[in-house]
Design a protein around this ligand. Sequence first.
Ligand code: T5A
Length: 212
Amino acid sequence: MTRGRFIALEGGEGAGKSTQARLLADALHARGIEVVATREPGGTPGAERIRALLLDTGGDGWNPRAESLLFAAARSDHVERLIRPALECGAWVVCDRYLDSSRAYQGGGGGLADDEILRLHQIGSQGLLPDCTLLFAVSPATAADRLAARDAGVADRIGGRDEAYHARVAAAFATMAEAEPERFARIDADADPETVHAAVMTALEPLLADQR
Ligand code: T5A
C-alpha cells in the first residue's frame, strides 16, 4: 500500500483556506483519490474539545506557552488517531491549518521561540510534517472585507487579536515559506476562488504526478 499524501493549508484569517480545502478535496475525489478532509485545532473528538477551550471567548484565555501546549496536545491526538492512520491506509489528508499555524501565531504572534514549538511538536506528534504546505497570501484589506461580509465583526479569541499581532503572524508565515521552499507553495489568494484553486492544483502537480 502506497502511503497517502499530507497537504496542509495555512495563512491568516479570511485567506480562503476552508474554501480551498473543500475545492481541493472535491478535485482529489474526482481523480479517484481517497481523501480525509480535516482541520486544526480539531479533527478528533478530543481535539475538538481543546478547540473550544482555545477559541471560545469566555474566561481569561491562555498565556502563549499554555496556548502552545494546548495546540500541541490537540495536534497530538489528531495525528495519532486520524492523520497517521489515514496516510497509512493510502488516503490523502487535506488539513485546514497545522503545525505552521502554531509557529506563526504562538511563535511570531505570541513570541515563543520557533525551536520550542518544534520541540513540542516532536514530543506530541513525533515531528510529522506535511508533504506540501500551501500558504495562502492575501492582502489585509481583502481579508478584512471577506471577514466583515461573513462574520459582521464577530471574531474568536485569536482572530480578534490586534493588527500588530496579525502582522507578526503574516511575517512569520512568509519567513517560514522562504526558509523551506521545498515544502511550501505560496498561493496568491486575492483572486476569485476558481483562480486560486487552479493555482493550488498547479502547485500539487508534482505530488499528483507521483501518484499516477
Ligand atoms: N490557531 C490555529 C493558532 O493560533 N495556532 C494553531 O496552531 C492553529 C492550528 C482557528 C484559529 O486558531 C488559530 C488561528 C485561528 O485564529 P478557525 O476558526 O479555524 O480559527 O479560522 P480560520 O482558520 O482563521 O478560518 P477563517 O474561516 O477565518 O478563514 P479561511 O478559512 O481562510 O477563509 P474561508 O475560506 O472561510 O473564507 C472566508 C470568507 O471569504 C470568502 C468565503 O466565502 C467566506 O465567506 N472567500 C472568498 N471570497 C472571494 N474570493 C475568494 N477567493 C474567497 N475565498 C473565500
